[in-house]
Design a protein around this ligand. Sequence first.
Ligand code: TEU
Length: 519
Amino acid sequence: MAERPWWSQSVFYQVYPRSFADSDSDGVGDLDGVREHLDYLRWLGVDALWLNPVMVSPMADHGYDVADPRDIDPLFGDLAALDALVAAAHERGIKLTMDLVPNHTSSAHPWFVEALAAGPGSRARERYIFRDGRGPNGELPPNNWVSVFGGPAWTRVTDSGVPGQWYLHLFDVSQPDLNWDDSEVFADFEQTLRFWLDRGVDGFRIDVCHGMAKPPGLPDMPVTDLKLLAHDDDDPRFNRPGVHAIHRAIRAVIDDYPNAVSVGEVWVHDNAQFAQYLRPDELHLAFNFRLLQADFEADAIRDAIDNSLSAVASVGADPTWALENHDVERAVSRYGDGAGGLDRSRAMALVLLALPGTVFVYNGQELGLPNAELPDSALQDPVWERSGHTERGRDNCRVPLPWSGDTPPFGFSGNPDTWLPMPPDWAALTVERQRSESGSTLALYRRAIELRRSRTEFTGTQLDWLDAGPDLLAFRRGGLVCVLNTGEHPANLPEGQLVLSSAPAAGGVLPPNAAAWLV
Ligand code: TEU
């Protein structure tokens, strides 16, 4: 078998830059903060970082609204700070990937400013999706599409002082969708890819890879009454056939940089359609969200793993795994909160890190952080406003990391006024505290990553299910056996030497809400 690329069995650590570490005491994390904590990440044992967007942005969607894709926002630092971070990460053997947003720009992007000023029919409007409205005076939006963040996906602009055309925004009103049928859009994106790759960046996470291509004629959606932040596979807003030509063009550029990786955010449920994004001339990797959507039940988890493996098998791509990211509820809270939720998320950490393929760990996951309770006045996610205050949005999985000490801001910042308030009871969850406790969640992650990296048993892409009994999930991968107990009763472990468990498993008995590794 040909040697696999560097990313194929790697552990990526997702840094949400606002919330990782603040070096300049403005209450918001930044690039120097990341650089100053690289030794922590080396100690944790991760292979690569994924930084959420740090480009110039008004921050309406915390960086996913990009006004200049080829510069760093002053909130996070500057190009010199990025260069210094890349160099310092590479010195420690850690790769660094950035996050690119091709589906839309910020409304503050010079192209959009120009498009508003230039008026209907202009060249500048062709880079976005402007249309005349329906109804006698164009007072109705061009179609019935809704925004993923709530409300209509169209906003009407003023042309020559009177109500004029409408523009499409699948996300916030400040995130106009680009027209990928316009060749200048790709030409500019190519410049962005090369700009960062030439600076030594090791690849990209690419946002909304199932977006970009829009269907001809922009037909209505069959159903508009959707859960926010959700869509299914026959939604005309996403996953249109034309998207694959875009991915082939992107890949052709990335192939000029043989060690660079592309990881797509692909919210497509059907396995065959998902796999199309991973054909040899499209994305290298794509996030698979099944595991983080599965309940804590042996059958549901097995189903998620089986589906994820078969989705990539048909195209020979590596599977990817995640339990958390900046868009979803923290695992501890999702699995039931309190001690039970923590136990289950620790158990799932061992399932995650036993699997073949690329693993993503979201910052704070290694500390067992729960979702934070936030007062209404603290909420910043555009989802809160756009849903008319019915959906709280994603802020509570984005609270800054607790590093040290007994009171907020726990060493995250020199400024007590952090961009989201930090819960006082996180004193027990700081990095400093957990580094000193052998049974901590941090210690568990570190040991699991170390074993995954160093033990010869963790080889091969083959995964075989073992018959373990009801409420038990058990599989063999190479020389490793992973057992998870999702039931209410202790279970006997199979034969083998216990190398790690998420809860004490003395005498070969695995308690409920726990997992173990045996060789
Ligand atoms: O998310 C894209 C997207 O489709 C999400 O809205 C997804 O459906 C939802 O989060 C699932 O719960 C990406 C980014 O990850 C997100 O942070 C951005 O807000 C969004 O793109 C817009 O750029």
